[in-house]
Design a protein around this ligand. Structure first.
Ligand code: APR
Length: 312
């Protein structure tokens, strides 16, 4: 008998709820919305609300809330949002002390209950959490990716489209590096339907857009008092869909580097192909000297937080 896919969402908070909503509306898979035992009732309530939503919108995916890892067994995909989000004034890196014990707990349970899943990590500080997950779980590096580049690229595209007065559908953005304030929007590879963006947007405007993109998450935290959830959820769903449907999408994702761009033993945002074998390829392109310098700064920040995590 044909089998439905199964996605388990580890963390049933703001992003977890939106992930469940999107996965069900697209009928990508049956969904388990998992949270810690003290939040299991909350997860069950959210799942019930979303199941009833299916009766209105007409989707067949089942959505189950749970506080028991055994319900996640057999998952094809795990999307991890477990952790504490930022509050105004906090950087993503400030979360490391709180979120490292959480990702270690998740990694241990994922290894025990979902050893065959493709894993997408969203929790922050992203590049360090995905590194820690892979190290602690022992999952094959190609089965683990961090969601950040798709989101950072979306923020970049959104601001560029508004400035250039074009549809956001026509913007092809690329952002590399860590998911932090020194991420690297790549102007040399960002086009508006093939036309280099610098032909359509003035340099001072581009500089301002790069600054705004780097602080894009913080801008929302300041406005809402907590971190973004709609676009982060959509970004992870695009990655999950690329895996489940073997789409071979080229997306920016935090992948395990083994020398690419001069870095190894870390996860960092780079262009990857995601298909049925997970992260099937890491693409390496020539960078300008300025882009190389920005990437080096970003990688050094990520390494600094890895060093902190390694001491916890
Ligand atoms: N296992 C599973 N879930 C956990 C665990 C754990 N060990 N520890 C905490 N959680 C759950 C919380 O109980 C909470 O319901 O993770 C959920 C997080 O939800 P929110 O607080 O609403 O946070 P959210 O906005 O979804 O962001 C989650 O993603 O973008 C990042 O910075 C953000 O690290 C944060 C994460």
């Amino acid at each position: 008998m044909a089998k439905r896919n199964k996605i388990s969402l580890i963390g049933a908070g703001n992003i977890g709820g939106e992930l469940a909503n999107l996965a069900a509306q697209r009928e990508l898979a049956d969904v388990v919305l998992f949270d810690i035992p003290s939040k299991a009732e909350f997860a069950k309530g959210k799942a019930l609300d979303l199941a009833q939503n299916g009766a209105i919108l007409g989707y067949d995916s089942t959505i189950t809330g749970s506080g028991d890892w055994r319900d996640c067994a057999g998952s094809d995909v795990l999307i991890i949002t477990a952790g504490i989000p930022r509050k105004p004034g906090e950087s993503r890196d400030d979360l490391v002390g709180k979120n490292i014990p959480i990702i270690r707990d998740v990694a241990k349970n994922a290894r025990e209950h979902c050893p065959d899943a493709f894993v997408i990590v969203i929790s922050n500080p992203l590049d360090v959490m995905v590194y820690e997950f892979q190290k602690m779980s022992g999952f094959a590096p190609n089965k683990v990716v961090g969601m950040a580049g798709v989101l950072d690229s979306a923020r970049f595209a959104c601001f560029l489209a508004a400035e250039a007065g074009v549809s956001v559908k026509d913007v092809r953005p690329m952002v590399l590096g860590g998911h932090g304030d020194d991420m690297v929007p790549l102007l040399s590879y960002t086009t508006i339907n093939g036309v280099p963006v610098s032909e359509l947007v003035a340099k001072d405007k581009l500089d301002a857009i790069i600054t705004r993109t780097r602080g894009g998450g913080g801008e929302i935290v300041k406005l809402m008092g907590t971190s973004a959830y709609y676009a982060p959820a959509s970004a992870a769903i695009v990655m999950a869909e690329a895996y489940l449907k073997d789409q071979k999408r080229m997306l920016a994702g935090a992948a395990h580097l083994t020398g690419q761009y001069g870095y190894k033993d870390m996860f960092l945002g780079v262009p990857v192909t995601i298909g049925g074998n997970g992260v099937e390829k890491i693409h390496e392109f020539p960078l300008t000297d300025a882009e190389k310098a920005m990437l080096a700064k970003s990688a050094a920040s990520v390494q600094g937080v890895i060093d902190v995590a390694n001491k916890l």
